[in-house]
Design a protein around this ligand. Structure first.
Ligand SMILES: Nc1ncnc2c1ncn2[C@@H]1O[C@H](COP(=O)(O)OP(=O)(O)OP(=O)(O)O)[C@@H](O)[C@H]1O
Ligand SMILES: O=P(O)(O)O[C@@H]1O[C@H]([C@H](O)CO)[C@@H](O)[C@H](O)[C@@H]1O
Length: 159
């Protein structure tokens, strides 16, 4: 599958997820803004991929990032952010969502496993209730202290 073909619509993500699960694949899902990629992202994303056989990323659209992270964000637009994620061999699909949370997306995809990095706890992961009620798993993965998109921006500003 080419990199661009991995960047799919909500409808395609629902269809693929159903197809994959019917074929016995274990579908892992995570979401985020992924503005400036760093070692923490890569560490937890590679761990996420190892939890199943297909990894879908829910990516906040530019407008959603602006609300969540502030008017000066994102630095990288959604086209760039989705392409960089899709370029990772262990990521099978990237779906951009416009809302403030991936609740609707997760409710429709119903992955086998929902994960976030270690900066989250199980009680503040959006979609956890739906995934658990559907018999899925919810996990928080590694957290690499000192790595964040914001800290990269601050370093550049202060350099
Ligand atoms: N240092 C880190 N180690 C492991 N996972 C991380 C780390 N930082 C972020 N993540 C995970 O990456 C995903 C995307 O988070 P996000 O894009 O907000 O990263 P961030 O670096 O915290 O960004 P920002 O500084 O803009 O808030 C989330 O699931 C989050 O749990
Ligand atoms: O990149 P972030 O800020 O880790 O991503 C956010 O994650 C939120 C999380 O899933 C809450 O449990 C989500 O609601 C928000 O839309 C961003 O994806």
């Amino acid at each position: 599958m080419t990199i661009n073909n991995k960047i799919i619509s909500l409808e395609k993500a629902i269809e693929l997820s159903q197809e994959w699960k019917a074929a016995g694949e274990k579908v892992v899902f995570t979401n985020g803004c992924f503005d400036l990629l760093h070692a923490g992202h890569i560490t937890y994303l590679s761990e996420a991929a190892a939890l199943g056989t297909k990894l879908i990323i829910g990516l906040n659209a530019d407008k959603s990032v602006q609300v969540l992270k502030g008017p000066s964000r994102p630095i990288n637009d959604e086209k760039t952010r989705s392409l960089l994620l899709a370029a990772m061999q262990f990521i099978d699909a990237v779906v951009i969502f416009e809302e403030q949370t991936p609740q609707n997306l997760i409710r429709q995809i119903l992955p086998d496993v929902l994960v976030k990095g270690g900066d989250y706890t199980l009680d503040n992961i959006v979609g956890a209730k739906e995934v658990l009620e559907n018999g899925g798993e919810v996990q928080t993965l590694s957290f690499l202290p000192g790595y964040s998109s914001t800290s990269i921006i601050d370093k550049i500003k202060n350099s």
